[in-house]
Write a protein that binds this ligand. Sequence first.
Ligand SMILES: [Zn+2]
Length: 441
Amino acid sequence: MHQTMNHSCDLLITADLLLTQDEQGRVIEDAAVAVSQGRICALGRRAELAHMQAAERLCLGRSLLMPGLINAHTHVSMTFFRGLADDLPLMEWLHQHIFPREKRLSAEIVQLGALLGCAEMIRTGTTAFQDMYLLEDAVALAVDQAGLRCRMGEVIFAFPSPAYASAEEGLALVRGQAKRYKNHPRIGVAVMPHTVYTTTEELLAACRDLAQELDLPLHIHLSESPAEVEACLASHGLRPVQYCRALGLLSPRSSVAHGVVLTDEELDALAESRCHVVHNPRSNMKLASGIAPVPGMLARGMLPGLGTDGASSNNCLNMFAEMSACALVHKVHSMQATACPAQSVLDMATHGGALALGWPELGKIAPGAPADMIALDLDSPNLLPLYSPVSHLVYAASGHELRMSMVDGKVLYQDGRYLSLDYPALLGEAQKLKRWVLEKQ
Ligand SMILES: [Zn+2]
């Protein structure tokens, strides 16, 4: 009368090639993946799943099915600043162009910018991201609508922001968000102090305590540029990593964005603390912040996540561009063609991101994992011929080979159409962003 759980599923997906990124690193030809209630329940060769009774079927044919990429550090709403103030050093860019405009932010602008960023990430194979911004509740609304998965965080400064009048109010806001999104299937909250130079010792300690109390991840920009290290030494007599370590901020629940300017001792300290690092190669190159010692992290058994940072310092939210940049920059920097091989880079963009987001079950196609998947068109001219799918993903793909994107078992994009977003309507709305940015200060 009833099918057993093992023989029925909500959706059966078939594709010519499946890259699982599971523990055995299996690549399966002529494959099928079964999904039920937003999770993967079975996978294998198509013939092995032929007995499955599926409510729906999705036949992808000449496609590579793989886990969705994870953008482990971004400010998704900042699409509105894309291309506004290029070719400037970090501190000048931040203090003269970004901060003055961000003072005028409204929830409507933040949400609209985030929707545009979500559309870009969906279109280029990202299914989950970690986001730090002001008025982050508006980002959550956009994420909810777009159908992506997000670890969100209200950025915490020692000074007022458009979201709060004092740091205490900021922390209370995070407390409210944690409560509001506690049972959301795709949105999780983290405590996100901005940097060591926009906070105080007391505030960082309060962030640490709040993360512990609510059992939330903590995310902070750390050691991004030589100027940050100099300022921290001048103010506290310690380098940023030493300072955060002394405050108990580095732990397995924390992830730090950038980690560019690091000594060997600091790399050892980060590895020992088991906190996660998120590497942002394109942003670091564009702002001339430096080159993070990623080979040194990998050698210590760390697996950094990979992030785009905001669209104003990249200038795109495309994880394929980020993977390529990561694989290339460390080779030329170390003059070792073996540095950051393609498999390590793909592991960073999947497993590393999952760890940084505090969502370790993401980043792989395996029974029980959330059904967050993408499919690329294997007939794209830049993907032919095919010897190694991992090589193509890192060195040849642009992200625009994407045919399908799925989060939590729901298709968000398929063959040129957004299914969760009204993209033509969003295009019209997005004109408001430019008008807002160019308004008189
Ligand atoms: Zn950032």
